[in-house]
Design a protein around this ligand. Sequence first.
Ligand code: 26Q
Length: 744
Amino acid sequence: MNKERLLEKLKLTDVNGKTVRALYTEISKACMSEIMETPQKAPAKTVSYFSVEFLMGRMFFNNLMALGVLDEAREIFEEKGFDLNCFEDVEDAALGNGGLGRLAACYLDSAANLGYPMCGYGIRYKYGLFKQRFEDGRQIEEADDWLKVWGDPWSVRRANEKIDVVFKDMTVTAVPYDMPIYGKRINTLRLFQAEGSPEAEKISEYLYPADDTEEGKLLRIRQEYFFSAAAVGQLVKNFVKKNGRNFDRFPEAHVFQLNDTHAVFAVAEFLRLLTAEYKLTFSHAVEIAKKTFNYTNHTILPEALECWDVKLVEKILPEIAHMLTRLHLHAKREWDMSYPVEDTTEMSIVRGGRFSMANVAVYISGRVNGVAEIHSQILKDRLFAAAYRHAPEKFLNVTNGVTPRRWLMLCNSELADFYDESLGLKWRSDLEELWQLRCTNADNLSRFTAIKAIKKRQLAEYIEKREGIKLLPDAIYVSQVKRLHEYKRQLMTALAILYLYFDLKDGKLPDFTPMVFIFGAKAASGYKRAKAIIKFINDIAELVNGDEEVNAKLQVVFVQNYDVSYAEKIIPGTDVSLQVSTAGFEASGTGNMKFMMNGAVTLGTLDGANIEIVQAAGEENNYIFGATVEEIERIKENYDPSEFVEQNLKIKRVTDALTDGTFEDEGELKEIYSSLFEQTYNSPDYYLVLYDLPKYLEALLLVNKEFQDGERFARKQLVNATRSAYFSSDRAIEEYAEKIWKLK
Ligand code: 26Q
């Protein structure tokens, strides 16, 4: 990359008479041509990362920073009278819906920056995750036509590398779009677009189309097979071109990582190609697959464990169904020699007429990992217990990480500059260096406090611009931003706020430091109860913010359309990060790590990576509460939320508010009430919202009190920020490279 030449090009860019959009394309293209001209060494071994989601966010600022020209570009264009911040209106590439997709993006960033060859494979959805706005407090969804206005200058269409994907009833062309990932190496994210007939094009139209009908399920299967087969097809073909049919050497050149089970059809396609096209025996093909594939599990929620009806797969992919059935028998033969029947049933690929995609993944993978210590332990103890008993060496943990480039250097340049001045530049390539910063030093603390104040002010300005709401300036900013799900317990926060509201109104909290609660979350389209919770929180916001008696002390904001770019504003401007999932349910969490890196304390449960965060930063510098995984098993034996509420009358007051006319209700509040006290698709209060609420309130009030000692609180925050090295995706990728991919 020739930086001087790029800067020269930017200087010569004429802004006059051009639209913002035209300039965006022109500057992006200038960067792209520099990137594309940089030669790359052919690697000995490449990682292929299969993921149905890649939540890349906005590429413009990140790429200019990666190229080392961001600050200079800002100056160059400022002189021309053009503010690069105009490009903050550019759409996020939101081809994912949450943690799993953002993790894939962070991992691409780290692999490139560490110089590991890694190529991401996925789908180029025409529409990303829906856009969200609120009407009367309810979520309205709009299609995310992300390419329409701004186009996609950061990708290159590779029409000459297209490949056919064959279904029984149609053949679909997969056209790759390559996005370079710039770092020490230039890696590629290759997303396939489905072309051919209108039917074919549907395959790459939407992320997670509804799968409650047979048609919907078939479309999902088509999507999963489509990108898996396209990627495997190309990888195998290119391997043969270079090495001939010596497939025993395939695992020396390639390692595949399955980001959850959505690309498990890649296993079947790999076996199909090797046996049908290249005439290997089935056993031989399985042997090679076993040395090539690895699987990361991201969730233990039973409803998220993929199973596909054998009949359905047979309908459109008979050969693939045949491969999976053969694999099932092959595995059984391997096991039947010695394993107890309960174990072989549990590990079985075909179960009750369905393919268990997780069992395929576990059987074929050399390595199976969870994403935080506790989660990996749960995989061994519960989800994959039988497989673990018979092949313990397969299982390992790699705790997630997040890229410090986007989540610190880009979104909090003020904090990064402070580190530069105090520590030199080494921390930028080795986050462990941050440990050197003295958190007790008064100058450091006042610098940090000043930076936090700036980031809070910037956040307040941004929220005012986007939502039209002025945040209280001198308040504790407490944020809960993540997908909306019952297990994440946004409802528990809502009830806690309502409790604080009643107490404030009753004059029971005379020394209360003003608190602002910031929520951001999208609810899946078909997830009625999650939508009800959004409505409930917006109702509370209206009540609290409109009440002159309390609104100088308490404020609630639910921002619309929370996405990667919004996260980049909220996270640095937050004092307290809420991570309050029911213990055992949040596999890891990665938002928690981003907050930590930006100097927010965690108020949370002992779940997912919170446990490791607290280990690194000290329990005394965070606020931990709530039932633990071990306790929950016991509690659930005889938990009756109605009885619990009768014994905790202050809790009863807030749950009564759901039905006593405090709010108008069009069914949403009743829905929430039922979830807490009645048997629905889960037992009453399945996620122990009420059970943990008293302890949650204590923790919130403790934060409220301790925040008054500004210096002490800032120290806790700074300790968190400077102990976050372990949660860098650079560390995580080093672990994958060493323990799973064998690149070192
Ligand atoms: C499965 C079957 C049918 C339909 C949908 C799905 C499905 C879709 C998406 C299942 C799971 C997902 C996404 C899961 C996810 O984002 N998990 C998160 O992964 C993060 C990265 O490892 C963790 O930090 C989070 O704890 C975890 O919730």
